[in-house]
Design a protein around this ligand. Sequence first.
Ligand code: IPM
Ligand code: MN
Length: 357
Amino acid sequence: MNFKIAKLPGDGIGPEVVSQAVKAVDAVCRRFGHTAEYTFGYVGACAIDRYGDAYPEETHNICMDSDAVLFGAVGDPKYDNDPTAKVRPEQGLLAIRKKLGLYANLRPVETFRSLIDRSPLRTELVDGADFMCIRELTGGMYFGKKGREDGGNTAYDTCIYSRPEVERILKLAFEYAMRRRKHLTVVDKANVLESSRLWRQIAQEMEPQYPEVTVDYLFVDNAAMQLIRCPKVFDVIVTENTFGDILTDEASCITGSMGLLASASVGEHTSLFEPIHGSYPQAAGKNIANPLATILSAAMMFEYAFGLMEEGKAIREAVSASIDAGIVTEDLAAPSQKACSTSEVGDWVAEYIDKAK
Ligand code: IPM
Ligand code: MN
């Protein structure tokens, strides 16, 4: 097959980590007889510098015209402490999600046995944890009406969800649970929020269509605690946009490093694959960032966008092998171990894919 991939490295460490994922994709193509054609697009702060727009039309056209989007990260500290900034790099990511209709963000949390002692949690709590967070991505407070009143001294963001928005993400979550251990946890704040009560009502209405799925309902504050207290009980978690943002950062530390968490965003148009970590500006250009989350996002790209499970598995196996061999960046290296650079990890993984025929 020939894949048209929109390559959007973005800001900070984005370009470095995306380059390593490209090496892995190319190695998979060599091994399985595919070809990949990349088209570069600007997004985030680098797009603002060039076009005055964090997600320019040109980049959108590239994405619409591709089979998948491989995304790095957006963000630049020069915007973070300026609440008056009119344009922000993050708007690029929000715009791409909205314009491509990417309403579901899939964030798998898996542990690697050889890294288990890197987790801040006790081994017996995390060993074997394996769950999927499904975060709604184009609704809620991120996209609801926001503004200022009272001469700028009162501010609001509205959490708004319609029935179709809730139904489509819950349908995806129920179906996902059917393919896994058939246990779905719906996370909300239905004791306080009306939008959460709509989520819970619709989830309860849908339950009879999936009689094999056991459904639990957890308030988000409790869910935040249970994730740390007993991460192994979870199979599929589904939640709205803001709760999902927060819970997945929390969940990422279970595995030992945020640099391991991949994600797929799927919906109406081209699917997008990105690491869940941000642009990590302190590390930009230093060749020290962990590329594995982006490389694992490329594995998800083969599986979700192209339906090629063997190809995805080849990448996953190479990543596991690199971790087992101690070929890891400084965030994962044990005190006695020499940390590898970003590109060393990328080269090792690609070479492993090439050799493992
Ligand atoms: C994420 C990020 C984004 C979000 C930011 C960069 C807008 O934190 O993908 O989790 O809040 O969704
Ligand atoms: Mn986030």
